[in-house]
Design a protein around this ligand. Structure first.
Ligand code: E4P
Length: 217
């Protein structure tokens, strides 16, 4: 399973990229606004920090303007992935861009039928939002199970990119279901490294090692 980080904070991205475990980045207009920098400039900086896909979202609602925005965005770097909303115009744009070989991430997916349409439109990634479903009293992971089943039934190549992840259980369930990618905030990814027994174990080992008075280097 690939790990993408969901942020436009370049310091956080650089920090995670240094682990060698980061496969890509997703941003959205809210995250880009939060970065407080010029959108094109910050997208260029992010693209230079990772080799994998960097999702940059269009903000137009009509197909023609989405195509013009995508034209600007895809010139930023080779690893830009154009993010479009799951609307009729978004999927028209997805079909046009993927037919030309541009990577597209279809975002704001909340139903399996929407995911089916995105796959038919040739989406590179589909982004179902699990956390926002949970917030509204529906277990978002059911959506991921349905999409996995449907994509496998028809051998669709669209990758399931689990988005709106809130905690480690979402990551674990995504891996169990066989999602292709997760995108999560930096704090959630960093939290995956942690376990209280790991910390306690290190503490104990170091205390015993100190008693030997030796050093390795
Ligand atoms: C995905 O690409 C979105 O940027 C993101 O996961 C949205 O998450 P949120 O529901 O926490 O805003």
């Amino acid at each position: 399973m690939k790990f993408f980080v969901d942020t436009a904070d370049t310091a956080e991205i650089a920090d995670l990229a240094a682990t060698g475990l980061l496969d890509g980045v997703t941003t959205n207009p809210t995250l880009s606004a939060k970065a407080g920098k010029d959108f094109i400039e910050v997208t260029r900086e992010i693209c230079a920090l990772v080799d994998g896909p960097v999702s940059a979202e269009v903000v137009a609602l009509d197909h023609a303007t989405m195509m013009r925005e995508a034209e600007v965005l895809r010139k930023i770097a080779d690893n830009v992935c154009i993010k479009v909303p799951l609307t009729i115009d978004g999927l028209k744009t997805c079909k046009a861009l993927t037919s030309e070989g541009t990577q597209v991430n279809v975002t704001l997916c909340f139903s399996a039928n929407q995911a089916l349409l995105a796959a038919k439109a040739g989406a590179t990634f589909i982004s179902p939002f699990v956390g926002r479903h949970d917030d509204n009293g529906f277990d978002g992971m059911y959506l991921i199970r349905d999409i996995r089943l449907i994509y496998d039934n028809y051998a669709f190549e669209t990758q399931i990119l689990v988005a709106s992840i809130r905690h480690g259980v979402h990551v674990l369930e995504s891996a169990r279901i066989g999602a292709d990618v997760i995108t999560a905030p930096p704090a959630v990814i960093k939290g995956l490294f942690k376990h209280v027994l790991t910390d306690k174990g290190i503490e104990g080992f170091l205390a015993d090692w100190a008693k030997t008075g030796q050093s390795i280097v």
